[in-house]
Design a protein around this ligand. Structure first.
Ligand SMILES: Nc1ncnc2c1ncn2[C@@H]1O[C@H](COP(=O)(O)OP(=O)(O)O)[C@@H](O)[C@H]1O
Ligand SMILES: [Mg+2]
Length: 385
């Protein structure tokens, strides 16, 4: 292996300048890489850290080309990008990971579901539903879940329907319906795979969702499940990424049923909210791991060194405008509390403004502290709604 690198080790072109991008840029700098960020918002969270930003839409062909031509490798921190230009750029010889055709499959939730099914990955039964139809829904049977093909995140694009009455609340968009899964727990496994097919999983984590707004409430790392279930979840996640021939870091969300069955819910072709704890709790964090994978470097150690929990810091209801962070000092006074503020210039109710990872001797102790942090830190805005 030729092992001599001129600085910068690589010039990374990053599509999307949000918090995931920001954390990736930090990791990139640590490895001796430089980054250019493409984002419509001047001074985006990632752009601030990178120092170089192209201001433009994620799907603007001219801006994507400019990014590709100024970098050695392109990657992205979000799924909702037009893939046509990326496919063309790749055909011209630009390196883009994960591969654009895989992004095209995954970003269309129906195609993703079909892929999982065809690859023999366990997932709930489903039916294509280009236009929602009351009879077809009833024949499929309630309870069910309607999902939009494109553009959903944080529960937007998903409607849980307990019975036929819920049909009234359907989304009038192309999508599919799937069996409602009575899940005991929702789990996630971050998997990294490099160009040579070297593949590593992080220990499985458990996601607890806020019942109202579907945003992750607490992340428990590792998941509080028996060892055999953890192994199986990690195996399924690795198999999923291998079947996709994926290169990069992927987040695999799974349902665990009361019977101990594991079903893949969805796959994110990128770093993920449920891998944030890896920054403090694992030998190699998910952002550096992603860069290692796409730069064809050896993958890092995925071992978790300490129990951890993670909570998102959301914009408080009733406020918008310039963020005012209440309770920061009190939270930082608690040992094991690691605060990440994303540098967003404007807060809105429910907007992800930061997160906190708590490391401690046990997940329970970490959770107790995280609960206190949630009470202490409030991200308000200078404008009252
Ligand atoms: N088939 C299902 N059965 C039960 N709950 C589901 C099902 N599909 C989705 N959900 C719930 O909705 C949440 C969001 O759905 P998901 O497909 O993961 O979309 P998103 O892209 O918004 O994360 C899941 O985390 C889960 O709580
Ligand atoms: Mg999800």
């Amino acid at each position: 292996m030729e092992d001599l690198y001129a600085y910068p080790v690589a010039r990374i072109g990053l599509i999307g300048g949000g918090q995931l991008g920001r954390m990736m840029v930090k990791a990139a700098k640590r490895l001796g890489c430089t980054c250019v960020v493409l984002d419509p918002l001047q001074g985006s969270p990632a752009g601030q850290v990178a120092g170089h930003q192209i201001v433009g839409d994620y799907s603007d062909p001219a801006r994507l080309r400019e990014l590709a031509e100024s970098c050695d490798v392109l990657t992205f921190e979000l799924e909702d990008i037009e893939t046509e230009t990326l496919i063309r750029l790749e055909a011209e010889g630009h390196r883009i990971f994960p591969r654009p055709h895989l992004l095209a499959t995954i970003q269309d939730k129906y195609r993703q579901k079909q892929f999982l099914h065809d690859a023999g990955i366990p997932t709930s039964d489903f039916l294509d539903m280009p236009t929602p139809d009351a009879t077809a829904f009833a024949e499929f049977g309630y309870p069910l879940v309607q999902k939009a093909r494109r553009g959903g995140y944080d529960g937007r694009g998903v409607v849980v329907m307990p019975d036929a009455e819920a049909f009234a609340g359907r989304m009038p968009v192309p999508g599919y319906i799937e069996r409602f899964v009575e899940a005991d727990k929702e789990l996630a496994v971050m998997v990294a795979r490099n160009v040579h097919g070297e593949c590593r999983a992080y220990p499985v984590v458990e996601m607890r969702f806020h019942p109202r707004d579907n945003v992750l409430d607490y992340l428990l790392a590792p998941a509080q499940v028996p060892l055999d279930i953890a192994r199986r979840a990690e195996d399924i996640a690795v198999r999923t990424v291998e079947s996709m021939d994926g290169v990069g870091v992927f987040g695999i969300e799974l349902f665990l049923t009361a019977d101990g069955d594991l079903l893949v819910n969805e796959v994110a072709p990128r770093t993920h909210n449920s891998g944030h704890h890896t920054i403090e709790a694992c030998v190699t964090d998910q952002f550096e791991q992603h860069l290692r994978a796409i730069l064809d470097l050896p993958l890092g150690d995925t071992r978790q060194l300490t129990p951890a929990t993670m909570v998102n810091l959301l914009g408080a209801p009733g406020f918008q405008g310039r963020p005012m962070i209440r309770g920061l000092a009190a939270a930082l006074a608690i040992p094991g509390v690691c605060v990440h503020i994303y540098g967003k210039a404007v807060t809105k109710p429910g907007r992800k403004m930061g997160h906190v990872t708590v490391v401690d001797d046990s997940v329970e102790e970490a959770c107790a502290k995280a609960r206190r942090v949630k009470e202490l830190i409030m991200i308000e805005g200078d404008i009252k709604l």
